[in-house]
Design a protein around this ligand. Structure first.
Ligand code: IMP
Ligand code: MG
Length: 175
């Protein structure tokens, strides 16, 4: 079996421009408010660090590690491997993820955070694979809507590989 990574679906330039735009919107929306940005690892690590660099309102960061995928299949079950350490009661929380696919992961994390009584909760996802949605979870900021293909790069992986690709590419397995 060979694994093929094709030409960019989203280029470095497109990504950079869009992330900057998203950060602009977020900065405007949180003007005068404290923000706690929570990055969902591992997938969001590159998007998260690019995004927060462009947000010019004050913020704190935290992270959690969650997984629901084995290679390129969703297991439908979310596991938390490392949890946030900040107290989120009364905070304006922004959850940042790499991609919304079935919506199971973000829906689970959203409900979990809401139980802890934040002042507000919004969700930002770099990519949105709308066609695959099974659970209707509200996404406040979306970088790009993409077709129903498995993608890698810019933090997204296949079997924990290709995360370091600086752009987004469709991933194919050939036998
Ligand atoms: P969901 O729970 O089905 O919405 O899946 C969300 C998680 O699955 C994302 O945070 C990714 O880690 C992973 N995922 C979904 N689609 C892809 C993809 O095309 N490439 C890489 N990871 C993906
Ligand atoms: Mg993820």
């Amino acid at each position: 079996m060979t694994m093929v990574v094709g030409k960019p679906l989203l280029t470095v330039e497109q990504i950079h421009k869009r992330v900057n735009e998203l950060a602009g919107k977020i900065s405007a929306d949180y003007e005068g408010k404290d923000l706690l940005a929570i990055g969902i690892l591992k997938g969001a690590f590159i998007f998260f660090s690019d995004l927060v660099r462009y947000i010019h309102t004050p913020l704190s960061v935290d992270f959690l590690i969650a997984s629901s995928y084995l290679k390129d299949e969703s297991t439908g079950e979310v596991k938390i491997h490392y949890d946030i350490r900040e107290d989120i009661t009364g905070k304006n929380v922004l959850l940042v993820d790499d991609i919304v696919d079935t919506g199971v992961t973000l829906n689970y994390l959203r409900e979990r955070i809401l139980m802890q009584g934040p002042q507000s909760l919004k969700i930002c996802s770099f990519l949105d694979k709308k066609e695959r949605r099974e659970v209707d979870v509200p996404i406040d900021y979306v970088g790009f809507e993409i077709p129903n293909e498995f993608v890698v790069g810019y933090g997204l992986d296949y079997d924990n590989k290709f995360r370091n690709l600086p752009y987004i590419s469709v991933f194919k397995k050939r036998t």
